[in-house]
Design a protein around this ligand. Sequence first.
Ligand code: F6P
Length: 496
Amino acid sequence: MDAEALGQLVSRIAEGSKFILVSNREPWLHERDTMGIKVLRPASGMVTALEPIIRATGGTWIAHGAGSADRLVTDHKDRIEVPPEKPAYVLKRVWLSKKEENGYYYGISNQTLWPLCHIVYTRPRFSREDWEIYRRVNQRFCDAVLEEAGSDPAIVFIQDYHLALLPRMLRTARPDLFLIHFWHIPWPNCEAFRILPWGEELLDGLLGNDILGFHIQYHCNNFMDTVERTIESRVDYEQFRIFRGGRPTHIRSFPISVDFHQIANDSESQRTRKSYDRIVKELGEGVLGTTVYAGVDRIDYTKGIPERVKAFDLMLKLHPEIHGKVTLLQLAAPSRTHIEDYRDINDKLDDLVDEVNWRHQTEEWTPVRFLRGHHDYYTVLASYKIADILLVTSLHDGMNLVAKEYVSARKKNPDGVLLLSQYTGASRDLQDALLVNPYDIEQMADMMYASFCMDNSERAERMSRMIKQVRRNTVYDWGAKIMRELEKILPTGGVR
Ligand code: F6P
């Protein structure tokens, strides 16, 4: 399946009705800077995965306008055509006040639902005032979707935990819309979920959908179980659907992926080469003479970054013979820094990196290179080229697309090793990775050392099998699988 085939599939299923994608994070941000206005891509696996889909299908993407110059470039309907260099779809921005952004994004989304769903021992915070704001902001998104749909038939594809109440709002206003929602983060077990004071309302919101997707079957099972124990409904395990108020919500797993061919090609491009040279210059040529362990993450307490630094440190303690022969390169994008837990993890990382470097470094060798900042697409691809071993050590992750990007970027040289947390959705798909439990620092240090020792033929065999896996299951296959599921439940006669 490629972009064109997916575009055709959607046109056939949508039959001329509108295709509207809704998410909190926008795919392009306009920011003011000293030179005028610059356009940025956010550090988000979700955005990277969805852009090829909306390019293929056309339509409108509705998202929060978070850039400082966003308002300056949109028309009177808050719309702008993107991507900037080759417009292919419309981006419609929803404006939020600081107070709204605080309650809805920093509050409920990222201090309540994010820790609640990831279960990584960061306590969720509950504020009634924030919940009211969350509800209000979901209504704002609802108004934007209704305005965009007009009186036409439409398929609305909603993303993630920021918009859990939106489906019910849309269903009430426009029963004829087709609503698909993809939840990009884990769904917890019922024991963890039941402490949410507004659990019933949230579940009712999600049960406004026709299809609700998760990355893996385990999260679907958790969701079914949560609903059965929490809210009045008929839970049908035979067909994996839930009836509330007559109309069913189909619960399905759709493991998301990446644009394999695009990444594989871009990794060999001039721009990646330039970024590669720039990073090597910044780090010093010597780095290339070492085995490079790399990590590419948003700075988030779910990503297991301190755990990986500690495991690297332990490996150095256990194997002094590899001193000077290995480097840990961490690309780290600051994220959600208005939240205390995120500021804490930033500070913690600074201290940890200092400590590890202080313990082991020599005049010629710095073991940990920590590059904090928003690294662009080509810099990330270049870091995949540099990485002999990629570390994805999330404590819990819905999927983790960095793992699949790395595999795609190694198409030409299938010689890298992927060390992958067993608590990522990706670990179900990439079975030739070296799987680790990131809570177990000793095991992780052993596996890091095993990666260092792995011979070339085993590296190539494992990577080649993973390349085959990702090539056969791209983000277009993900989109197609969702659309085919929609096709199955459409009344005869289609969307119209
Ligand atoms: O995949 C989960 C997710 O929260 C996305 O919805 C989001 O775009 C991404 O992680 C990055 O987080 P944020 O948008 O909060 O910067």
